[in-house]
Ligand binder design. Sequence first.
Ligand code: GAF
Length: 388
Amino acid sequence: MSESPLIEHTRSAFSDKFGTAPALVVQAPGRVNLIGEHTDYNDGLVLPCAIDYRTVIAARERDDRVMRIVAADYANATDEFSLDAPIERRDDPMWANYVRAVIDVLVKRGLPMRGLDMVISGDVPQGAGLSSSASLSVAVCRVFATLPGFESLSPIDMALIAQQAENDFVGTKCGNMDQIISASGVEGHALLIDCRSLETQLVPIPSGAAIMIFHSHVERGLVDSEYNTRRRQCEEAARHFGVKALRDVDAAMLEARGGELDPLTLRRARHVVTENARVEAAGQALAAGDLARMGELMEASHVSMRDDFEITVPLIDQLVDIVKGVVKQSGGVRMTGGGFGGCVVALVPEEQVADVSAAVEQTYRGPEGQLATIYVCRAAAGAGVVAA
Ligand code: GAF
């Protein structure tokens, strides 16, 4: 669904449900990470962009302290709770927990909360690794950020609240990349994020370059347990080097003292150390419009995820090879996101989009024999108010 129909749909679902128009409508996008995987929780560097798929929330203040939240995409399933009682985690549905999680953090931070009616809808593919959950959490924050008493909330504050909500309430030990890009993305740009200092630098997507995303339909079944295992291994490696996080280890340190680590932990550390260097180089390559160099870095990133971090799966590797076979040196392709399935991202000259799509359609079949779903995206703006 393109922007306007999705917004229109959300607004009219609100009117149908509550018998009055919403007072505001906000959106927060999903994201695709161009390079810099599993570096965010190592205090490292990432280079994502927001995409033109988003969560939209229509809302109106109530005159009591009740939250009434309707999921338009789930047959208007409704969650209702009071701001005056402890906010409990539900067994299901998960969408309700993401909303509750953000509100719980806002309450605990002592912000001047008030009851709201909200209707939520969205078109970020779910379970694909394109951050539908971060876009929902950031969108909830963005609703509150429009209310009196919340003026001080910056996009970074919203991102950190959304991350804390996922970490503490939902129980996902994610880093801060997905929330920062959803809150702070800028149209036409990727964002080079220093996940330690939280400094960001805009990097324009070169004109004539298309961002393509291919959903492999490999379910990211192992992602939670393996994600936590990777985090532990990275922390163990950082302890070995006597540093706060692997961000503090450079190639020379790795060379000098990496051999003392067991081979598996060394491979994990090597991915993070080399990936940080690749992100820095990628920021420069993209800013210079050098898609060939960007392509080399994306390829090296994929190899590192496959061989050192061991988070790719055979069908994802195959998908990358199919795209690479068409794009060759004129662009780049790699797995994107947490791993173990999900999506592949490619940056390709616009004139190659049709050939790349045709090759993937002809050659790739998912686990159930299905075609990959192909998205040609625009780098979109971060969370914001879209209508009064
Ligand atoms: C997931 C996490 F949520 C992010 O924080 C990040 O670690 C990513 O996996 C891997 O780069 O999207």
